[in-house]
Write a protein that binds this ligand. Structure first.
Ligand SMILES: [Zn+2]
Length: 178
């Protein structure tokens, strides 16, 4: 099943109508995601409910789900990072409102009563991506642990040898004296 999402919406009208939009979006169309992604493949599924908070503020609630191909910064292999993120964003008409609400809420500044849905979804997606992408259990970590153990052992050995380079020599003198 594939549902196309509208390109732009009037969120306030959707709030009035208490609409829920569901659909999917190809990652190919999200240029900022493409800058981070290791491949062009992948899709996100969204469900966005246009409603009001208890205090009557227009808000979008829902979910963004999918997987984004990223390059593991440890082993440089590509892997699918799964995203399953809850959305709850208060819609604002002015920056003044934003200042008041931003501390306690995620907000979105709506200009000309319009949201480009793609931008909105891409922002949500970007927020849920890791700062540094890496496998949850990267094979290289195992390898690195083994290597760093070897290095430690090697360092210890060298330390022993460096600590008293004349130790062996001294021993030799001693045996001469006796
Ligand atoms: Zn990795």
């Amino acid at each position: 099943m594939s549902t196309r999402l509208p390109i732009e919406i009037n969120p306030y009208r959707l709030v009035e109508q208490r609409r829920i939009l569901t659909g999917q979006l190809s990652l190919k169309r999200l240029s900022r995601i493409q800058e981070l992604a290791s491949a062009e493949t992948g899709e996100v599924f969204v469900e966005l409910e246009f409603t009001e908070t208890d205090t009557g503020l227009p808000t979008v609630k829902g979910k963004v789900k999918g997987s984004v191909p990223l390059q593991c910064q440890r082993c440089l292999e590509s892997f699918d990072y799964s995203v399953d993120s809850d959305v709850e964003v208060i819609l604002l008409k002015s920056d003044a409102e934003a200042e008041r609400l931003q501390e306690s809420h995620d907000t979105w500044l709506v200009e000309d009563n319009t949201i480009f849905l793609q931008d909105f979804i891409e922002d949500e997606l970007l927020l849920s991506l890791p700062v540094i992408a890496r496998h949850k259990n990267c094979d290289l970590d195992e390898a690195a642990r083994a290597v760093s153990f070897d290095i430690e052992v090697e360092k210890e050995k060298q330390k022993d040898e460096n600590e008293n380079p004349f130790a062996a020599l001294k021993g030799a003198f001693k045996s001469d004296e006796s």
